[in-house]
Design a protein around this ligand. Structure first.
Ligand code: FEO
Length: 393
């Protein structure tokens, strides 16, 4: 496996082939926890790995340099997938000073016993000469936590971008130009939708700031390293950070006795009257990870739920709760569903859509028990209305 980024910089992270649940995010293709070694006059380790993999990670480091020769450990982000191995790493590297910003120092102190650690706080844009190589630190707050930081190797024009531009993607290849780019971009999109989506403004601020740097290599904390196709992921980020809509209508539903499903199919039929990308999603058969990835770049979003116990279906409630937290913006919406005694399911769906500041294309459509021809005609008309809006995207 090629782990060499430049003559002095090496990947020393861990490939997690088996992980399928990353705090609720379905990681169908596993992940990697990327850490890097910068070997100049002095040696700096960039980040650590998830706690269970620290022993293997330290073996990777030792294959390049004895651990007592590590001078610095840069902590760009306190989230435990990158810092979980830090206590063991600090212990194993007796001569290392931990470099991080002030917010990260505080976050680490809330996670771990740092009383014996040598910690040096670095300020935004501060530089550190390693002897032949210079590190420069840039605060990137909320990409993805308040203390998030990126580290730049000035002479190599190499940015350790932390979560930005990452993918949950396990592979034997470390670089974009060795990998299946379609797979990588799909996983980068899924990663953005499920991790970064609520932070569009901080991402825009970070891109404006870091965009001024010369970038030959961008090395994120998950997935493959960008050295040949950074232009593609950068262009994608410009679209994703504003939820730029495609000509696409997503219809998600949760049925009980098939009535809401039949209504959903009528919405699909209406949307398909126009040449837009139509996606029908049964949330009982689809991970929330996939749902939010589809919704991120749709223009219009229809949601149908049957009513159960005077509320919406629990599975749809879970999907909408997850989606609401990720804050997709700029969508037109439509609520529909069946009921037996009161249309409470559709009412609650409408409340979720309103909370996400989505704009209704028309009034909700409900039916008692099973939809009749008139109800289905209304659903079809709503589907067409959503497609007409999507055509303008
Ligand atoms: Fe991969 Fe926000 O940690």
């Amino acid at each position: 496996m090629n782990t060499k980024l430049t003559d002095h910089v090496f990947w020393v992270g861990h490939i997690d082939w088996a992980v399928r649940d990353f705090h609720g995010y379905t990681t169908s293709r596993g992940s990697t926890y990327n850490a890097y070694l910068v070997m100049a006059g002095k040696t700096a380790l960039i980040d650590s790995v998830k706690a269970p993999y620290v022993a293997a990670f330290l073996e990777n480091v030792k294959s390049h340099v004895p651990l007592d020769k590590i001078d610095y450990i840069v902590c760009n982000h306190a989230e435990p997938d990158h810092s979980g191995g830090l206590p063991a790493t600090v212990k194993a590297c007796p001569n290392a000073t931990v470099l991080c910003n002030a917010k990260c120092r505080d976050a680490l102190a809330h996670h771990y016993d740092v009383s014996g650690w040598k910690i040096q706080v670095v300020k935004d844009a501060e530089t550190l000469a390693l002897g032949g190589k210079t590190l420069q630190f840039f605060d990137t707050p909320m990409v993805h936590w308040p203390e998030s930081m990126a580290t730049y190797v000035v002479e190599d024009e190499l940015l350790f971008s932390m979560d930005a531009f990452g993918q949950h993607y396990a592979s034997g290849f470390r670089f974009d130009d060795e990998s299946d780019l379609c797979e990588v971009m799909q996983e980068a999109k899924t990663y953005y939708a499920n991790i970064v989506l609520p932070y569009g403004r901080p991402v825009a601020a970070a891109l404006a700031r870091l965009g001024g740097l010369k970038l030959k290599i961008v090395a994120p904390s998950h997935g493959v390293i960008w050295r040949s196709h950074f232009d593609k992921i950068l262009a994608a980020y410009q679209a994703w950070m504003v939820c730029r809509p495609a000509k696409k209508v997503v219809i998600a539903y949760c049925s009980m006795w098939n009535s809401t499903h039949v209504m959903a199919e009528a919405v699909v039929a209406g949307a398909e009257e126009l040449p837009v990308d139509v996606k029908l999603i049964d949330v009982n058969a689809t991970s929330d990870t996939q749902v939010v990835t589809e919704v991120m770049d749709c223009a219009a979003f229809a949601v149908g739920s049957a009513t159960l116990n005077m509320g919406l279906m629990p599975r749809m409630a879970a999907t909408l709760t997850y989606l609401r937290g990720l804050k997709p913006v700029g969508k037109t919406c439509f609520a529909f569903g069946s009921y037996g005694w009161a249309p409470k399911g559709t009412e609650e769906v409408s409340q979720y859509l309103q909370a996400m500041q989505m704009t209704p294309a028309c009034a909700p459509v409900v039916c008692r028990f099973a939809p009749d021809a008139e109800t289905l005609a209304k659903c079809r008309a709503a589907g067409r209305a959503l497609a007409e809006i999507a055509m303008k995207a």
